[in-house]
Design a protein around this ligand. Sequence first.
Ligand code: GP9
Length: 418
Amino acid sequence: DGNELNDINEYIDQKVAPDKKSDMFGAAEGKNVIWINAESLQSFVINNEVNGEEVTPFLNSLIEDEDTFYFDNFYEQTGQGNTSDSEFLVENSLYPLSRGAVFFTHGGNEYHAMPEILSEEGYTSSVLHANNGSFWNRFQMYDSLGFDHFYDEKAYEISAENSVGWGLKDKPYFEQSIKYLQSMDEPYYAKFITLTNHFPFELDEEDRSIEPYNSNSNTLNNYFPAVRYMDEAIEDFFNQLDAAGLYEDSIVVIMGDHIGISANHNKAMAMYLGKEEITPYDQVQLQRVPLFIHIPGNGEGEVISEVAGQIDMKPTILSLLGIEANKDIYFGNDLFSEDRKGFIALRNGDFVSDNYISTAGVCYDRETGEPVEVPEDSTNEEETADACSGIGEMVQKELQYSDDIIYGDLLRFHDFEE
Ligand code: GP9
């Protein structure tokens, strides 16, 4: 009957909700939100090179842009639902499930997602993705999340020439999407989901601007030219937005959705990163994905290094747009607020906090990557207790609360009205 919600609300009030609004509250009020879900983009390629060539020249230049905020300790928190899990995190500020894809298993639940909240503020919302709309059960879930329109593969002209791997290449995809953006009622929230930089990172010769890496993993080798292609596609898209006059009135968010290179390729990854091996600590650090928030005319852009994650996107975007959702149920923080929880829970129960990384039962110092050693003769209780255990308990509680909400479809019992 929803009584469980009392405990959950109490936890959110005490541990999650900030005491006051951040300085950036309303900094993008009334602007369109153009969201780019960058398929399989990981942070290790940013400001990095392969064969002496920059991998992501456009994204690197964006970091330097005075209107861009770049988050370099931003983690993906997905489970088996991959891209759909990242979407779920972003739209709801709830966690995906530990097994299966919540888009499939709980697509018919009641949610109070970002598109619905935005529509109450006069926004229209759409997803543009040139794949079959049933993939990841998107038709049903997008309806539950409150999206007004879904431009799936039927909205695009797709041929053998303009396709590779999973379907329409990113460059023609963005090009063909401009007309849809122009037709949307403003203000709008438009979510783009790219496709070309998808495992196994196939690319036509003509689209290859840099050479593959040379290691025992073809997956990692081919990742670099595929990422460069996406970088170019996003650059072209920025230029098209500008030419169409859509740039000034819109904030653009670019977020990596999940890792592209799994632990199966660790030998090659260690070679690329110049390490002897990929440790469990490194593995968690490889779960960092880029997050860019571009706000035209802002001028205060900077690199923000505090620990952050996909769970934080909904409160961050709503705050930037100046929207208060005081009675919302969410587990993330506004990334521009100083008053934050201080940890990011990964779906498997590992976590990253300001000081520690906990994975596979070991507590690491986040800065040094060394396991936290407790002096044997220590009598200080805080020191002798595993440094990670206090936060670990909160992580477990939070994941459990989120699961309870989804399994019990609890949001149907909650009154979101202020
Ligand atoms: C498919 C695309 C990729 O439509 O979103 O999904 P993924 O396999 O990365 O979850």
